[in-house]
Design a protein around this ligand. Structure first.
Ligand SMILES: *Cc1c(COP(=O)(O)O)cnc(C)c1O
Length: 410
């Protein structure tokens, strides 16, 4: 085959607009039904409740509560744990800020574990190094849809009597040893933001099997008002984090499409892996034994010794072929952002950082070899269930040809 024909430019699906999303008649039908009822608040409507039921059934978990964002979902999880100010929560510095800000809002201190330089996920070993006598919880992010090594993390958590919160914003229906992520720890948090596996524009879901935590999550979404109680009150400090029925209607239709979308992403990823796995200097994604990644993104590693310019050079050449990859994924680890570097929180108070052990908020580079090595070597390829087999072949051939060009000039 003529390589030039094979590499004729293609417009790839983009999850920020219609080409990369699967909205259709179902969403429209539910939306118009919701509007027809005239009830757009989930306290009275049926769509958010149906979305919660259908998601809980899919994950085989006792409770699912929808809320206004993935950040709100993590906030609900942290608030449900009812931590004391100054308590420490061990977490990852390679995640969305929406997974970290809630810890500070609850007066607790995020303590950053290093990550595995290959998967960019936290591990039992890196979490253990960040534990102290003030640690009260562990938050893991299953980055790019690849589960963390949960058996070892669970064992560590059990030994130390710590609850695990799983941030599954990128990991819908990912599994580890036949368990869905989000149901392995005490609480799972999901995001329905525009760029996730399925979406309501903005939105989130919290899941748990624990009755008492479920009660607090429900209350935290509802200003801690005891709906249905004999003498309801506002029981504690909480916000209105409800999802509206408009989002619930779209979300219900989207959840019906979730399993197919995930299957498709996994299948397409296996095809790209076949293309790339024997390319010298490129490493395909690594998934733990007995785990299933659901490929929110397809992250490859690039041997910087072999290619001139490393991942940024790949990104530049791939952009010329309309493949918009992200070298580094995020520009810097979370602790280099101003919120942590300058401790910008409430007025000039720096609270709750003022309560922290000095050691817990020292972010020296040499504590995070995995973070820096991981970010330097990664190239993140946007992934989508609406890619065609031809699109995947185009991506594969473009990467292989880019590798060829960069290697020669090295
Ligand atoms: C998107 C995301 C969040 C935050 O979700 P929002 O809906 O944007 O608030 C949290 N954690 C991770 C890992 C994410 O990818």
């Amino acid at each position: 085959m003529n390589i030039e024909t094979a590499l004729a430019r293609r417009a790839l699906p983009n999850d920020q607009e219609a080409s990369g999303r699967n909205f259709g008649d179902r969403e429209i039908a539910y939306l118009s039904e919701a509007l027809g009822t005239g009830t757009l608040t989930s306290t009275k409507g049926r769509f958010v409740k149906a979305l919660e039921r259908s998601f809980a059934d899919m994950l085989n978990v006792k409770y699912a509560y929808a809320c206004s964002s993935g950040s709100a979902a993590v906030h609900c999880a942290i608030a449900a744990l009812d931590l004391e100010p100054g308590d420490e929560v061990v977490t990852s510095p390679i995640t969305d800020m929406g997974a970290l800000a809630p810890i500070l809002y609850q007066g607790a201190i995020p303590v950053f574990a290093d990550v595995d330089p290959v998967t960019l996920n936290v591990t039992a070993r890196t979490i253990e190094a960040a534990l102290s006598d003030r640690t009260r919880a562990i938050v893991v992010t299953h980055l790019f849809g690849t589960p963390c090594e949960m058996n070892e993390i669970e064992a560590l958590a059990q030994r130390n009597n710590l609850p695990i919160v799983e941030d599954c914003a990128q990991a819908f229906l990912a599994t580890h040893r036949d368990r869905y992520v989000g149901t392995i720890g005490r609480i799972g948090a999901f995001s329905l933001q525009q760029g996730k596996h399925v979406t309501t524009g903005e939105g989130g879901i919290v899941v748990t099997n624990d009755d008492a935590l479920a009660r607090r999550i429900f209350l935290f979404i509802n200003k801690a008002w005891g709906y249905g109680d004999r003498e309801p009150d506002h029981y504690f400090l909480a916000l209105n984090y409800r999802m509206s029925e408009l989002q619930g209607a779209v979300g219900l239709a989207q959840i019906e499409k979730l399993e197919r979308a995930v299957e498709r992403r996994v299948l397409l990823a296996s095809i790209l892996t076949k293309w790339l796995e024997s390319s010298p200097g490129l490493s395909v994604p690594v998934t733990p034994v007995d785990a299933r990644s659901v490929y929110w993104r397809y992250a490859i590693r690039i041997d910087q010794g072999l290619f001139a310019g490393g991942p940024p050079a790949f990104a530049k050449l791939l952009k010329d072929r309309d493949i918009l990859t992200a070298p580094r994924y995020i520009q810097k680890p979370a602790f280099e952002c101003e919120i942590f570097r300058e401790q910008r929180t409430f007025g000039k108070s720096r609270w709750p950082f003022t309560l922290a052990r000095p050691e817990a908020v020292r972010y020296d580079r040499d504590r995070y070899p995995g973070v820096y090595r991981g970010l330097d070597g990664v190239l993140v390829i946007p992934w989508n269930d609406r890619l065609s087999i031809g699109d995947v072949e185009y991506i594969a051939r473009s990467i292989i040809s880019t590798a060829h060009d960069l290697r020669r000039s090295a």
